[in-house]
Design a protein around this ligand. Structure first.
Ligand code: FMN
Length: 195
C-alpha cells in the first residue's frame, strides 16, 4: 500500500468526520503517563460498543508500570517491543468465546473489534495515539494472564499514549512513521447486482 503524508477522502463523498483520518497507528510514543481518568475514559468508550445480543464479549487487560508492565512487555514479539514498550499504557485484548449457558459467541471477535475501534476513536478525541499489534506471544498471553483457551480468544496487543519524538525510533521505523493509504472505495463497497 502506498505511503502518503496525508489522507484524502474519496472525491465526491460527503465529508467524513476528521477523526477517522486522524487516527493512525503511530510508533513514536512519549513515556508520559496517562491519568487513571484518561485510562478509564478510553475503556468507557469501549463499553458502549455494539455486540450480538449485547453479549459484550470483550476483555481488556492492561498494565502501566511495575512488574505487571514488565510482564506485559515480555508478551510482545521483539519487533513490537522496540517501540511499544515506550507507550505508557499496554493492553491485551481478548474475546469471550461463549457464555456459561453454552451459547457460542459466533461474532465475539467482530464485536471486540468494534470495541477496540471505539477506544481508538476516543483516543484521537483525547489527543492520544493507539497502535494495535497482532505480533504478540498468543500462547504466553493465555498462560501468563490467566485466559483459558477454552474460554477466550486472545486477539491483539494495544499500545496507547501521547505521540513522542520520532527520533527515538530506529531508522527504519522513523521512515515508516506516517499515515498510510487505503484501497479505493470501489474495491471495498460494491453495489451487488445479479446481472
Ligand atoms: C489486528 C491488528 C494487528 C496489527 N498488528 C501489528 C503489529 O504486530 N505490528 C505493527 O507494527 N502494526 C500492527 N498493526 C497495525 C497495522 O499495520 C495498521 O493498522 C495498518 O497498516 C493501517 O494503518 P493505520 O492503523 O495507521 O491506519 C496491526 C493492526 C491491527 C488492526
Amino acid at each position: 500500500m502506498t505511503q502518503t503524508a496525508a489522507r484524502t477522502p474519496t472525491a465526491g463523498t460527503a465529508d467524513i468526520d476528521q477523526v477517522f483520518l486522524d487516527r493512525w497507528s503511530t510508533r513514536a510514543f512519549s513515556e508520559e503517563p496517562l491519568s487513571q481518568a484518561e485510562i478509564d475514559t478510553l475503556f468507557e468508550a469501549a463499553r458502549w460498543a455494539p455486540s450480538s445480543s449485547n453479549s459484550q464479549p470483550w476483555l481488556f487487560l492492561y498494565a502501566t508500570d511495575g512488574p505487571e508492565r514488565e510482564l506485559f512487555n515480555s508478551l510482545l514479539r521483539p519487533g513490537n517491543q522496540t517501540w511499544a514498550t515506550s507507550a505508557p499504557l499496554l493492553v491485551f485484548i481478548a474475546a469471550l468465546k461463549g457464555n456459561d449457558e453454552g451459547r457460542v459467541f459466533r461474532s465475539g471477535q467482530f464485536d471486540t473489534g468494534a470495541a477496540w475501534m471505539s477506544i481508538a476513536i476516543q483516543a484521537v478525541k483525547m489527543g492520544l495515539s493507539t497502535h494495535c499489534m497482532g505480533g504478540i506471544l498468543v500462547d504466553d498471553v493465555h498462560d501468563k494472564l490467566n485466559l483459558p483457551k477454552d474460554k477466550f480468544d486472545v486477539i491483539a496487543g494495544l499500545a496507547i499514549g501521547r505521540r513522542g519524538d520520532v527520533s527515538g525510533l530506529p531508522d527504519d521505523l522513523q521512515a515508516r512513521e506516517m499515515p498510510n493509504d487505503r484501497k479505493s472505495l470501489g474495491e471495498v463497497a460494491v453495489r451487488w447486482s445479479n446481472s
